[in-house]
Each structure stands twice: as structure tokens, then as C-alpha cells.
Write a new protein. Sequence first.
Length: 89
Amino acid sequence: MLKIEVDNINGKTESLYVFGERSILSELEVHNVLIDYSCRQGHCGSCILQLLSGDVMHEDCLVPLSPGEILACQAKPITDIKIGLRDFT
Ligand code: FES
């Protein structure tokens, strides 16, 4: 199994254990960690998250990403990962 670490809105780190078969967005939903999203198809960019450690594999990704950014709806973990919300500043 793979581990997804994510800080929740209270600033507490949650650890989710997944098989890596579903997108990170789907895994977060299954575990009741809600993030912004819209198209779910790699087009809109509203689901961008920061990858703080580990590696992911993207399926379709039509949004230009900065280093360290991932599209939650299209990325699947391939190692244990730590993710954070996008820094809009
Ligand atoms: S929800 Fe639109 S790119 Fe992920």
C-alpha cells in the first residue's frame, strides 16, 4: 500500500493508505478530505495541489504546472507522498 499524507483544514496531518489505482482526488474524496475541483478531466486546473514529497504519475494533464504542482484529478501516487494545498500567494 501507499501512504498519502495531507494536512487537513485544522492543520493536522492525516495519513491515508491507498493502492494507487485511483486518482488522488478520488482517494481524498473517499477519505472525506475535500478539495476544490471542477472538470475532473485535467482541463481546468482547479484541483492543483502541491507535491511536497514522493512521486506521482499523471494521466491527461492539459494544464501548465509549475514545479512541485500536481493535478489531483489526474495524478496517481507511485510512491508514498505528502501533499499540500496550493499556495496562491
Ligand atoms: S478538476 Fe479540472 S483539472 Fe482537475
